[in-house]
Design a protein around this ligand. Structure first.
Ligand code: ZN
Length: 274
């Protein structure tokens, strides 16, 4: 699914510069466009006198330099990560080393989960200084960011709500250009749908996704996402039902032909109508 009615129209992608989106929010686009990241990962800088950095992005020296330029002399209170995919969290540690800021955000996937739960996009080096749970807040001079647990795209995904502007940094849970990839074993469709429902109960007026333009009618957008997934689910269930009926006819025929003597096999032809 491409751009949807309630997302703002796309504007030219420019990497390396901080674009102002609101009094408290700027964003810097990383140079990592791909079929999975659209124009690239968008890192958000929140605050005026002091800052939070949300999703510092992939390990890319040019992007890191752009972030440091945009930060300037302002103190960074926290580096926040929505989840641990390679296009979101690897720059957290080098940025922490250069700014002195702590890394706060989603939990790392635990070691025993690395094998079966991790996929190729997983960042195994992510080590937060503080793990934020649902409802935990980080505060600066003119801003407060509160974690909203939104598992589904990954099991550890968090969104961050900025109360002062009724804004939500939606990471990869709700994106501005496409539906989210929900890839097992770590991704979970039931959790994803519940996390979308959770957002419907909130009252933010704009979402800032990690990929794609700001979403300016977010509840309508989320209802559209839920409707899209339920339509797909219905298609799959109908297909499974038809496939199961075909398989069960074949299976019954095979069982009957194996279990009856050859001389009496003719009646088994009736199985075609089962
Ligand atoms: Zn992701």
């Amino acid at each position: 699914m491409g751009n949807m009615a309630s997302a703002a129209p796309d504007i030219a992608a420019e990497t390396g510069v901080a674009m102002r989106l609101s009094p408290l929010v700027r964003r810097v686009l990383a140079p990592n466009p791909s079929p999975f990241t659209y124009q690239g990962t968008q890192t958000y800088l929140v605050g005026e006198a002091d800052l939070a950095v949300i999703d510092p992005g992939p390990m890319d020296e040019a992007h890191l330099t752009a972030l440091l330029t945009a930060i300037g002399e302002r103190p960074v209170r926290a580096i926040l990560c929505t989840h641990t995919h390679r296009d979101h969290s690897p720059a957290a540690r080098p940025l922490a080393e250069r700014t002195g800021a702590p890394i706060k955000g989603c939990a790392p996937l635990t070691l025993e989960d690395d094998g079966p739960r991790a996929d190729a996009a997983f960042d195994p080096d992510y080590r937060p200084d503080t793990v934020l749970c649902d409802g935990d807040s980080v505060t600066g001079t003119s801003w407060t960011l509160t974690a909203v647990a939104t598992p589904g795209h990954t099991s550890n995904h968090l969104c961050f709500a900025l109360a002062q502007e009724r804004a939500l940094f939606s990471g990869d849970h709700v994106m501005g250009w496409s539906t989210s990839v929900v890839s097992p074993p770590d991704g979970d469709m039931t959790d994803y749908l519940a996390s979308l429902e959770r957002l419907l109960a909130r009252d933010e007026s704009v979402y800032y996704p990690a990929h794609g333009e700001p979403i300016v009618q977010p509840r309508r957008f989320v209802r559209h996402l839920l409707g899209h997934r339920k339509m797909r689910e219905g298609q799959i269930l109908r297909l499974l039902d038809r496939t199961a009926r075909r398989l069960s006819r074949r299976w019954l025929r095979a069982c009957m032909l194996v279990s009856i003597p050859v001389c009496t096999a003719r009646p088994a032809a009736r199985c075609r109508r089962i």
